[in-house]
Design a protein. Structure first.
Length: 83
Protein backbone atom coordinates (compact mmCIF):
# COMPACT_ATOMS: atom_id res chain seq x y z
CA UNK A 1 0.00 0.00 0.00
CA UNK A 2 1.13 3.54 -0.66
CA UNK A 3 2.48 5.10 2.50
CA UNK A 4 1.70 8.65 3.54
CA UNK A 5 4.65 10.25 5.28
CA UNK A 6 4.17 13.26 7.53
CA UNK A 7 4.70 15.72 4.69
CA UNK A 8 2.26 13.95 2.36
CA UNK A 9 -0.32 13.63 5.12
CA UNK A 10 -0.08 17.35 5.89
CA UNK A 11 -0.80 18.18 2.23
CA UNK A 12 -4.14 16.34 2.31
CA UNK A 13 -7.30 18.26 3.10
CA UNK A 14 -9.87 17.15 5.65
CA UNK A 15 -12.15 16.11 2.80
CA UNK A 16 -9.49 13.55 1.76
CA UNK A 17 -10.36 11.61 4.93
CA UNK A 18 -13.51 9.68 5.65
CA UNK A 19 -13.53 10.89 9.25
CA UNK A 20 -12.20 13.78 11.31
CA UNK A 21 -12.92 13.29 15.02
CA UNK A 22 -13.95 15.96 17.53
CA UNK A 23 -10.27 16.56 18.41
CA UNK A 24 -9.35 17.13 14.77
CA UNK A 25 -7.62 13.77 14.28
CA UNK A 26 -8.03 12.70 10.68
CA UNK A 27 -8.72 9.02 10.09
CA UNK A 28 -9.23 6.75 7.10
CA UNK A 29 -7.60 8.58 4.19
CA UNK A 30 -9.54 8.12 0.96
CA UNK A 31 -7.34 10.15 -1.37
CA UNK A 32 -6.55 7.33 -3.82
CA UNK A 33 -7.62 3.80 -4.70
CA UNK A 34 -5.18 2.05 -2.40
CA UNK A 35 -6.21 4.15 0.58
CA UNK A 36 -9.90 3.62 -0.17
CA UNK A 37 -9.35 -0.13 -0.16
CA UNK A 38 -7.50 0.22 3.15
CA UNK A 39 -10.30 2.37 4.62
CA UNK A 40 -12.82 -0.32 3.69
CA UNK A 41 -10.77 -3.04 5.37
CA UNK A 42 -10.02 -1.00 8.51
CA UNK A 43 -13.42 0.63 8.92
CA UNK A 44 -14.55 -1.81 11.62
CA UNK A 45 -11.37 -1.14 13.65
CA UNK A 46 -11.92 2.63 13.75
CA UNK A 47 -13.49 4.38 16.73
CA UNK A 48 -16.06 7.07 16.02
CA UNK A 49 -17.51 9.82 18.21
CA UNK A 50 -21.08 8.73 17.49
CA UNK A 51 -23.22 6.43 15.37
CA UNK A 52 -24.06 9.40 13.15
CA UNK A 53 -20.35 10.15 12.60
CA UNK A 54 -19.76 6.49 11.73
CA UNK A 55 -22.61 6.54 9.19
CA UNK A 56 -21.29 9.76 7.58
CA UNK A 57 -17.79 8.26 7.32
CA UNK A 58 -19.22 5.09 5.80
CA UNK A 59 -21.03 7.10 3.13
CA UNK A 60 -17.79 8.94 2.29
CA UNK A 61 -15.87 5.66 2.00
CA UNK A 62 -18.57 4.14 -0.19
CA UNK A 63 -18.67 7.23 -2.44
CA UNK A 64 -14.89 7.08 -2.81
CA UNK A 65 -15.11 3.37 -3.59
CA UNK A 66 -17.69 4.10 -6.28
CA UNK A 67 -15.44 6.80 -7.82
CA UNK A 68 -12.59 4.30 -8.02
CA UNK A 69 -14.71 1.42 -9.30
CA UNK A 70 -14.28 -0.64 -6.13
CA UNK A 71 -17.07 -3.06 -5.27
CA UNK A 72 -17.96 -3.31 -1.58
CA UNK A 73 -19.62 -6.49 -0.31
CA UNK A 74 -22.97 -6.13 1.44
CA UNK A 75 -21.55 -7.76 4.59
CA UNK A 76 -18.54 -5.40 4.93
CA UNK A 77 -18.51 -3.24 8.08
CA UNK A 78 -18.56 -0.07 6.03
CA UNK A 79 -21.71 -1.16 4.18
CA UNK A 80 -23.46 -2.27 7.39
CA UNK A 81 -22.77 1.12 9.02
CA UNK A 82 -25.13 2.81 6.56
CA UNK A 83 -28.12 0.66 7.48
Amino acid sequence: MAQLDTSDRAKLRDRDYAYVDKDGERKLPINDEEHVRNAISRFGQTEFDSAAAKARAARKVLAAAHRHGIEVDEDDDVRRATR
